[in-house]
Design a protein around this ligand. Structure first.
Ligand code: ADP
Ligand code: SF4
Length: 693
């Protein structure tokens, strides 16, 4: 039952004409499903409403074809035909007593209009933000009037869709009211440019318009970024204080954060829980209206502290609500150790950025609520009384054991080493990745509560051991290892001299505590986090680090996780020397042979050691040994042997957790060979739904 210390989190809070039942507020977040997958989107939001969040918001919602965000998939309210898709979500959210909120946005020069082919709009003539080779044109007074009308119309449509809260968006450098605030985007000389009063004018007008249009039924929220960290060209804290003072009582709710998105949703490697407090704590002192703020809050004590100290009224969350849609209910029920804490890896954000449905490392059901019918808390009871042997206690094996145990199976988890967690435990020891240990910790906590799951450490399983064990189903989650022969994307034949060279290291060496010394080249042919983390670890251990990559920029995939800029700054601060567009073609003695990937020019570099981050090999020897003895399975009582996670194909931790969960979900189901999930088709029925009345 609820601990009275947390009662304050469950107080209702008024937002204009509506009342939120508690202080848990799922702020707008993108999800890669948006208007193209409305059923999947609604089911994802529904899970959070069921989990106790008082307010559930959409992602940003395009209000007009001149703010078309294609290829990104967000919400859309261009006309009445978009209403039913959003009603789906509002209805599902209301069924659990939550309020639905919609974040209206016209992105001006930060839109694309690639689908609509409209000319981009902006306060002044300027290049489009996202590198599309076109400029936005300066809006004249008629454009401003038209924009205000579009926003008003969208607000009314949002209300008709069943939304209880309508946002005016002035954050993330993504919407016209914010663009008018920014000196770098607004060089107007009329009453909408120049002085702060003038630059705030449009935001004030849109807030007033929205209140007039829907304020009788809907709370009107303002999402406002207090700092862009760009100096005088952007919104700065000092000016933000004045803006908040000028508009203090106008919105019914202040949702405050920092911009751009990469400064707002910072990965845990670069920012701890509650990092935005110094930039938003002034807002509540300037207004009597409720304030929501974010900070990747997962600790109930931190949440209470935020409210008691007068920093926020609402605990805003995107990522914590993705990792654990049931976070509020767990706090309410006093089930603190059941909270599945976000690890701050930002894999969820790669959904939006790669234009694919949202995924989460910690919560494998995220994005699968509709298409696979997965629930973040419930799972169907076992279909048989089969015993299952799980080999390998990394994220795949732990999640398989946990979810199989939850289904009621008798499970044995055998792990070769003396600790559970596999790669998660190993990677969590690297600089900045400590929070990744939460993937292990949550699963261990759950497994400890399941009397039907037994874990065996220090238990390397051979094929004979598995046959002798006598489980009906065997799942191998034995992980993978880094290659040291240079094989990878750029060197399909490996790199001559590496395999036998004594001064070649891999991330496995680093995680085992074997670090090179002196001048070390880190070779990144992987393009995500490992190589930059290795460079950081080595630089911190006193090495001179030269980061070499055949790619044109280091850690390019980190752009999808919003890590990229933070990584570049950190490597720069650590004095890591970076050589891009450079391949390694040989290593003999101390001499690396380098090749410019564009000119083919070669050069040499003398180093004490080379750390390669190129590709991995599955640890699938046990799987193949068992396959070779398939004739003996029946006598041993074995019906199936499966290989999952990194042992099948090395990937992200998110892939491993998903693989473990999927195995547990599907055990006992007939393999039909059909597409294993529901798809959105624009069939006659769905078109009717989307076309509306
Ligand atoms: P994944 O990411 O797929 O879960 P990990 O590499 O994190 O993979 O975890 C694999 C785990 O399997 C490691 O902890 C490793 O010690 C363990 N393991 C590997 N081979 C065996 C084996 N033959 N018997 C038991 N455990 C094993
Ligand atoms: Fe948190 Fe990572 Fe899940 Fe995103 S993907 S919610 S950052 S655990």
């Amino acid at each position: 039952m609820r601990d009275p210390r947390y009662d304050i989190l469950f107080e209702p809070v008024r937002i204009g004409p509506v009342v939120a039942k508690n202080r848990f507020f799922q702020v707008p977040h993108c999800n890669g499903m948006g208007h193209q997958m409305p059923l999947a989107h609604a089911a994802m939001r529904e899970a959070k409403a069921e989990g106790g969040w008082a307010v559930i918001s959409t992602e940003e919602c395009e209000i007009h074809p001149s703010s078309d965000l294609t290829p990104y998939v967000e919400a859309r309210l261009w006309d009445d035909r978009d209403i039913p898709a959003l009603s789906l979500m509002a209805d599902k959210v209301h069924a659990f007593g939550a309020l639905a909120a919609i974040e209206l946005s016209h992105n001006g020069p930060t839109a694309s209009n690639l689908y609509s082919r409209e000319v981009l709009l902006a306060p002044s003539h300027q290049p489009s933000k996202y590198g599309y080779p076109a400029q936005a044109r300066a809006m004249d007074k008629a454009d401003i009037r038209a924009y205000r009308q579009w926003h008003r119309d969208a607000a009314v449509r949002g209300m008709r869709a069943g939304m209880d809260i309508v946002y005016v968006y002035a954050a993330h450098d993504l919407s016209l009211p914010m663009h008018f605030l920014q000196r770098r985007r607004n060089q107007r000389t009329d009453e909408y440019g120049g002085s702060l009063e003038n630059r705030v004018r449009l935001l004030r007008e849109v807030l007033q318009d929205t209140k007039e249009a829907v304020g009788h039924r809907c709370g009107v929220a303002l999402r406002f970024a207090t700092d862009e960290f760009l100096g005088p060209g952007g919104v700065e804290l000092a000016e933000a204080r004045d803006i908040v003072a000028m508009l203090a009582e106008l919105p019914d709710l202040w949702d405050v954060n920092v911009a751009a998105w990469y400064n707002d949703s910072v990965p845990s490697r670069f920012a701890p829980e509650g990092a935005q407090e110094p930039f938003i704590d002034f807002v509540k002192k300037a207004t009597s209206k409720p304030v929501v703020g974010v900070g990747r809050f997962t600790s109930p004590d931190t949440m209470v502290s935020q409210v008691r100290r007068g920093v926020v009224d609402f605990i805003g969350a995107a990522r914590p609500s993705i990792a654990d849609p049931f976070l509020p209910r767990k706090i309410e029920e006093g089930r603190f150790d059941d909270i599945r804490e976000c690890i701050g890896c930002n894999i969820c954000i790669t959904g939006d950025n790669t234009i694919t449905p949202i995924r989460c490392t910690q919560n494998p059901s995220m994005g699968e609520e509709w298409r696979k019918g997965w629930h973040p808390e419930r799972i169907a009871p076992r279909a048989s009384d089969a015993r299952v042997l799980v080999v390998g206690g990394g994220p795949a094996g732990l999640e398989a054991a946990r979810a199989l145990g939850q289904r009621g199976h008798e499970v044995a988890l055998a792990e070769a080493s003396k600790e559970l967690g596999g790669r998660v435990s190993r990677e969590a020891r690297l600089p900045g990745l400590a929070e990744w240990g939460r993937v292990r910790d949550w699963r261990l906590g759950q497994i400890r509560k399941l009397p039907n799951v037994s874990t065996y450490l220090d238990s390397t399983m051979s094929a004979q051991d598995v046959l002798d064990f006598g489980a009906r189903h065997v799942v191998l989650a034995t992980g993978c290892r880094w290659r040291r022969d240079g094989y990878g994307r750029s060197n399909g034949l490996g790199i001559p001299g590496l395999a036998e060279h004594p001064a070649v290291f891999t991330p496995d060496d680093l995680m085992d505590g074997r670090l090179p010394t002196g001048t070390v080249a880190v070779f990144d042919d992987d393009y995500f986090y490992y190589a930059t983390v290795a460079a950081e670890a080595l630089a911190k251990a006193g090495c001179r680090v030269v980061f070499i990559t055949p790619d044109d920029t280091p850690a390019s995939w980190g752009a999808y996780t919003l890590e990229y800029r933070h990584v570049r700054k950190r490597l720069a601060a650590l004095g890591v020397e970076i050589r891009v567009s450079t391949n390694i073609t040989g290593f003999a003695g101390r001499t690396l042979v380098l090749e410019d990937v564009w000119s083919d020019a070669t050069s040499t570099l003398d180093v004490d050691a080379l750390l390669t981050v190129t590709a991995r090999l599955p640890n699938d020897e046990l799987f193949h040994a068992l396959k070779a003895r398939e004739a003996e399975w029946a006598d041993a009582g074995i019906q199936s042997v499966d290989c999952i996670g990194d042992a099948l194909a090395p990937g992200l931790i998110a892939h491993a957790v998903y693989a473990g969960h999927r195995y547990a979900q599907e055990l006992g189901e007939a393999k039909t060979g059909e597409v294993p999930f529901k798809r959105h088709f624009h069939t006659a029925r769905e078109t009717d739904l989307l076309d509306g009345p």
